[in-house]
Design a protein around this ligand. Sequence first.
Ligand code: DON
Length: 304
Amino acid sequence: MDYQKILNTIHEEMSYRDVKGKVASYIPELAKIDRKKFGMHVYCGDQQHFSFGDSNENFSIQSISKVFTLAMTMRIMGEDLWDRVDVEPSGDPFNSLTQLEYEHGIPRNPFINAGALVISDILVDQLHDPKQELLNFVRKITGDPNIHYDKRVAASEKATGYRNVALVNYIKALGNIKCDVEPIVDFYFHQCSLAMNCKDLAKAFMIFANKGRMLETGEKILKPKTVKRINALMQTCGFYDEAGEFSFQVGLPGKSGVGGGIVAIHPNNYSVAVWSPILNEKGNSELGMKALERFTTLTGVSVF
Ligand code: DON
């Protein structure tokens, strides 16, 4: 497969001029991003790398971080996690509060904000220094010791994160949050502020394409069963109320963030990351979804 040729075709065919969406602005710091940015990186099972555009430029990974915190939590508590978070698509926006009332504070899945905040509660409760441990985890699976939180993005979200504070209070009132609200949202705002590029993300997500092992060293990071669960959740819940559309268009397990990043994997084959900050109405990268649709169409390969 000539991946570089396929990426070049996508780069030539597609432009920010073809999409109508807007850069996220409810987190003020994200509104400053140049809407022209567009990059893509493919990391293959034979350790080859292919890319175009702004693939080496850092951006705010936002909800993509929920896959890392889910992986860390499953390493700590395994299947017991499912007593506190369900595994069903929500069909609702990522920051919705409505289902929690009649589902007694059990979030529908770990990728909506409610589920990610219960996971933050678990990590704040279980780990001595959760922010440092998350950095250690991400640095290890990327092999990049320079990955950091973007403190300005974290502060910007903290200043405007009323819905997330409301979600934690609400879930706590319903009995599914143990710690104090402040450290939970502080950890959550930091995880969302992780600054990474497409190459870092493709490298990090290779563990989900490689049965839980680092490709370069063979080191086991996650059990194959954990990887099966996380990939199933990315397939069914990774794009919130657009999970069906992403599956339909692209046909890969993946995860998006409001910074405009999307990462997807093809088991035993490759991981791919794309970044364009222009979002569609559901909060997913408009050009990123189109680029991945072209990628699985031009390669003729998806999980289906
Ligand atoms: O909690 C929030 O609203 C953001 N920090 C993350 C949301 C997000 O990335 C949704 N994904 N597309």
